[in-house]
Design a protein around this ligand. Structure first.
Ligand code: BV8
Ligand code: ZN
Length: 245
C-alpha cells in the first residue's frame, strides 16, 4: 500500500538532499515480474533446499541436477519483464549522480530496465564459468541445448553465481561496501535481509550516518532498525518516490 503522503514527502526530501544514494535489492523486486522469491510463499527454497542446489558441493555431486534447476530458472526469467520497480530505479540512477545499485539478484532484470551502475554481489545467472579452464562467457539462451553445458575445452561450466559458502567477487563487494559507507540515503528493497554479508550493508550504511528506508511487503530483521520501514510493494513505492522528487 502507499505510505501516507507525509512520510513519502519526507523520503523525497532525503532523496533530493542526498548527494549519494545506495540501493540494495533482493528477490522481492522481481517477484512482480513473476520470478519466484527464495523464501516467500512458493519460494524457490521451499521447493528445493538451498544446501541441495546452491552450493559448490551440490554442483560437484550432481552437475546435471544443478544445471536442470538453473536452466529452469533461466527459462522462467527469460519470459519475465522488468516491472515498474526496476524501471523506477533506472530513472533514479539518471537523476542522482552519486547512485549505486547493489543487487543480490542474479536475474539481470535491472540491466534490462536500463540500470547501469550495478554491483551484482551474488553474480549473474546468464554468465557461465568453466570449472576446468576458468574462461567465462555470457549465454543468454533461455534453455541450453545440452545439460550440463560444455566448454570448448571439454570442461563443464558452472553458473556464474555466488553459492553458499563461497566468497563474493572481491572487486564488486569492495565497491558495494564503499557505496554503502558513503551513502547519505540507502533504500533496502525486497530483501529478507537474512543472507550475509549482503544484509550487513544495511547496518554499515546506518553506522556511517545514512538515512535508511526499507521497502518490503513484510517485516524483516532490519525493519526495526531502519529510519522508515515502508510496508509496500516495490512496484508501487519506488514510482511514488519519484513523483515530483
Ligand atoms: C559467505 C545466488 C564466506 C545463487 C545466493 C549463519 C549465520 C549467518 C550467516 C551464515 C550462517 N551460515 C552460513 C552463513 C553464510 C551464508 C548465509 O548468509 N546464510 C544465511 C541463509 C544464514 N552466506 C554465504 O554463504 C555467502 N558467502 O558467507 O562466504 C566466505 C568468505 C570468504 C571466502 C569464502 C567464504 C554467500 C551468500 C550468497 C548465496 N547465493 N544466491 C542463486 O541465486 O542461485 S543467496 C540467495 O538469497 C539469492 O541471492 C537471494 O537474493 C538471496 C537473499 O534472498 P532475498 O533476495 O532477500 O530473497 P528472499 O526470497 O529471501 O526475500 C524476498 C523478500 O522480498 C521478502 O522479504 C519478501 O517479503 C519481499 N517481497 C516479496 N514481494 C515483494 C517484496 N518486497 C517488495 N515488493 C514486493 N512485491
Ligand atoms: Zn573450459
Amino acid at each position: 500500500m502507499a505510505i501516507d503522503e507525509a512520510s513519502a514527502a519526507m523520503v523525497r526530501e532525503w532523496l533530493t538532499a542526498a548527494a549519494s544514494v545506495a540501493v540494495l535489492t533482493g528477490a522481492g523486486i522481481s517477484a512482480e515480474s513473476g520470478i519466484p522469491t527464495f523464501r516467500g510463499p512458493g519460494g524457490l527454497w521451499r521447493t528445493y533446499r538451498a544446501e541441495d542446489l546452491a552450493t559448490p558441493q551440490a554442483f560437484a555431486r550432481d552437475p546435471q541436477l544443478s544445471w536442470e534447476w538453473y536452466d529452469w530458472r533461466r527459462a522462467n526469467i527469460a519470459t519475465a519483464q522488468p516491472n515498474a520497480g526496476h524501471l523506477a530505479l533506472a530513472e533514479l540512477e539518471r537523476r542522482v549522480p552519486g547512485f549505486t545499485l547493489i543487487t543480490q539478484n542474479v536475474d539481470g532484470l535491472h540491466d534490462r530496465a536500463g540500470s547501469r551502475r550495478i554491483q551484482k554481489i551474488h553474480g549473474d545467472i546468464w554468465t557461465l564459468r568453466c570449472t576446468a579452464c576458468g574462461c567465462e562467457w555470457r549465454d543468454p539462451r533461455p534453455s541450453l541445448p545440452e545439460l550440463p553445458p560444455r566448454c570448448g575445452c571439454g570442461g563443464i561450466p558452472r553458473p556464474g553465481v555466488v553459492w553458499f559458502g563461497e566468497g563474493l567477487p572481491e572487486d564488486i563487494w569492495t565497491a558495494a561496501v564503499e557505496a554503502a559507507r558513503t551513502a547519505e540515503l540507502m533504500l533496502v528493497v525486497g530483501t529478507s535481509a537474512l543472507v550475509y554479508p549482503a544484509a550487513g550493508l544495511v547496518q554499515l550504511a546506518q553506522l556511517a550516518g545514512a538515512k535508511v528506508v526499507e521497502i518490503n511487503v513484510a517485516k524483516t530483521p532490519v525493519s526495526a532498525l531502519v529510519d522508515l520501514s515502508w510496508r509496500a510493494s516495490a512496484s508501487i513505492a519506488l514510482p511514488q518516490l519519484l513523483q515530483s522528487a
